[in-house]
Write a protein that binds this ligand. Structure first.
Ligand code: SF4
Length: 383
């Protein structure tokens, strides 16, 4: 097994000592690196599941300011939680976090310190349970995130797809063997930090690496960045999507996405994916009839936005539209509302809809979106 290549006990002790010394001197001052506050550690680990540190830090600060304790998070409405999460993506994380906070409060309000209890909470899988229990409570569990996986593949010169069972088994065994027991929190964070700042995906800075002497990829390969073995990703499909700013008098219609689906619980301009052979206008009329059972008249194109998700990309075509008849029913969504345009700022919305609004604002030369009913807009343009 590759784990044998880690060397003798004394070599492993030297590895831990070098890594931990490097970390003590070089760790970044991040607001959730506060072992006194397991709630902060938990929030940060959920946010970091799909988001880089530099991108998530402002969201972490905004979210923990809105909900400073697990009790405050549990007591909030789902809409408030989604609003505070807006822009971070992968909204199932926020919904699960909210449900998990409610469970923690029901059980007395203390965040569990043991892996076995953490792993049963919504949104907490084996990786997050290991990270929270080790970082917040120094429990002896190694973590294997993307950064740590990369470091281990290079240290051990592990070939093959790290998501495949055989390689994963080697990685888990190596993580267990290397872990500095009793200092698991620092050790795990040091491995993650080494991956994020030194052993980077395309350009590892081996000359600055604290553990370079123990690294097989550095010693044996022309280019350590060849590992982990790259796996070709399937090309993402692209969809044309329409949405409508549907006016009834001075109010416009928003729909809440189904809570069990992608972007669940967020509010959006209703619409959907274009079918083959359909014009964008036909698509919007059909989608609104299917989703909300009402008829509309489609007007001009207001904004066009390209947006990427993890498994597909879209072009969102936002049209102006007028309500023509029928009582809205939430058939393919969870809820709907007629709102004043000023209320849009308070609703949690998908990033693509927000970007379409921003595009309109830029055209208007305004910082905040200006949407007004077509009649009022005509009046304004005449002045
Ligand atoms: S020596 Fe280079 S490849 Fe090896 S762990 Fe350090 S940075 Fe990564």
């Amino acid at each position: 097994m590759a784990v044998d290549l880690l060397g003798s006990d004394s070599q492993i002790r030297r590895f831990r000592s070098r890594l931990l010394n490097w970390y003590a001197r070089n760790k970044r001052d991040l607001p959730w690196r506060d072992a006194e506050n397991p709630y902060h550690v938990w929030i940060s680990e959920i946010m970091l599941q799909q988001t880089r540190v530099d991108q998530m830090q402002p969201f972490f600060e905004r979210f923990t300011a809105a909900f400073p304790t697990v009790g405050a998070l549990a007591a909030a409405s789902q809409e408030e939680v989604l609003k505070a999460w807006e822009g971070l993506g992968y909204y199932a994380r926020a919904r699960n976090l909210h449900r998990a906070a409610q469970r923690v409060v029901e059980a007395g309000g203390n965040i569990p310190d043991r892996y076995e209890e953490l792993v049963g909470l919504p949104g907490i899988g084996p990786y997050t349970a290991a990270a929270v229990s080790s970082i917040a409570f120094d429990r002896d569990h190694p973590v294997l995130d993307g950064n740590v996986t990369r470091v281990l593949c290079r240290l051990l010169r592990l070939e093959g797809d790290p998501r495949k069972a055989a390689v994963k088994t080697e990685l888990i065994a190596a993580g267990e063997r290397l872990l500095a027991r009793g200092r698991a929190g620092d050790f795990n964070q040091a491995m993650m930090e080494l991956g994020a700042r030194i052993c980077k995906p395309t350009s590892p800075a081996c000359g600055q690496c604290a553990v370079v002497e123990m690294c097989r990829a550095h010693a044996e390969l022309d280019d350590p960045a060849r590992l982990p073995t790259k796996v070709r990703k399937p090309t993402r499909p692209h969809y044309e999507v329409t949405a409508g700013v549907i006016w009834k008098g001075s109010q416009l219609l928003v729909a809440q996405r189904s809570s069990d689906g992608m972007l669940g619980g967020l509010w959006e301009f209703p619409g959907g994916k274009r079918e083959p052979g359909e014009s964008l206008q036909e698509c919007l009329r059909r989608e609104i009839r299917e989703e909300l059972t009402i008829d509309i008249e489609v007007g001009g194109l207001l904004a066009k936005v390209d947006h990427g998700y993890s498994h597909f990309s879209i072009t969102l075509n936002l049209f102006e539209a007028m309500y023509r008849g029928g009582e809205p029913e939430a058939v393919e969504c969870d809820d709907w509302r007629w709102i004043d345009p000023t209320e849009l700022d308070d609703l949690p919305m998908p990033r693509a809809d927000r970007r379409a609004l921003e595009e309109l604002s830029e055209e208007e030369g305004q910082r905040v979106p200006v949407l007004m009913p077509p009649v009022a807009a005509k009046e304004r343009n005449r002045k």
